[in-house]
Design a protein around this ligand. Structure first.
Ligand code: 0WE
Length: 258
């Protein structure tokens, strides 16, 4: 089956083949979608171009989501590549300074607090706004972002990223309201810990996986492909009346109290 045949999407947040964004992109591409990609920084450009090439992507371009000019240019290029229309937007972008993901949240300085919220939360608003006319031209669209339980509960060391995810979650709901009248849906997946480039630099990541294996109802950790499968549902017409929501792909961990 190729339920994404004729669908055009933009994917932000691929760093390498282990990225959650790549697992989502691969699913969509295998189901027939045409995908454009953005990457952040020259260090990963070659790798992202290779991955994008493997799914015949028509566009790979750099995007610094902190820059309104860059976001405008990127969506201009996307419009040109896709005949002025866009159906899917995958936002899998987050950043906090490494030193703010250890130690005390209390010590987060002002500039790095706003950096984390800028890259990890406001970027969704900027991208949704830029996508709006292209999705409207397509008769509607679907926007998906990645969140984490640390935005709803205090997860030790997640710190300022938790505050950014709380802002992201609320942004999903307000964007869903605004864009719903144009048949644009906005949702998030809340994934359990997944071993990606972003995760590997985090001390205690294996411990987090072990905790999920011990305490989640399904007693196993999840992988990027589990997220890809959930994404392919939320982005599809099967979810045509699903918006403003968070879908947990975490072996049920979020439902526990102990
Ligand atoms: O959202 C995340 C991590 C996102 C992230 C990761 C990094 C590592 C490298 C954002 N910024 C950076 N900055 C870097 O310099 N997750 C859901 C994974 C994660 O990160 C944690 C977690 C979990 C889970 C950090 C502390 C505690 C738990």
């Amino acid at each position: 089956m190729a339920p994404y045949e004729g669908k055009r999407g933009l994917v932000l947040g691929v760093a390498n083949r282990r990225s959650i964004a790549w697992a989502i992109a691969k699913r969509l591409a295998d189901a027939g979608a045409q995908l454009a990609f953005t990457y952040q920084g020259e260090r990963i450009e070659k790798g992202v171009r290779e991955l994008a090439g493997s799914v015949s992507s028509p566009l790979v371009t750099e995007c610094d989501v902190r820059s309104d000019d860059d976001v405008a240019r990127v969506f201009d290029e996307v419009g040109n590549a896709f005949g002025g229309q866009l159906d899917l937007l995958v936002h899998s972008v987050a950043y906090a300074a490494a030193e703010d993901l250890e130690g005390r949240f209390t010590d987060t300085p002002r500039d790095r607090f706003w950096l984390a919220l800028d890259v990890s939360a406001y970027s969704l608003v900027a991208c949704a706004r830029a996508a709006e006319p292209l999705m409207e031209a397509a008769g509607g669209g679907s926007v998906l972002t990645m969140t984490y339980l640390g935005g709803e509960r205090a997860v030790p060391h997640y710190n300022v990223m938790g505050v950014a995810k709380a802002a992201l979650d609320a942004s999903v709901r307000y964007l869903a309201w605004d864009l719903g009248q144009k048949n644009i849906r906005v949702n998030a997946i809340s994934a359990g810990p997944v071993r990606t480039l972003a995760a590997r630099s985090i001390a205690g990541f294996p411990t987090m996986e072990a905790i999920v294996e011990e305490r989640s109802p399904l007693r196993r950790h999840i992988d990027a492909d589990d997220v890809g499968a959930a994404a392919s549902y939320l982005l599809s017409d099967d979810a045509k009346n699903v918006t403003g929501t968070i879908l947990y792909v975490d072996s049920g961990y979020h439902s526990m109290g102990m």
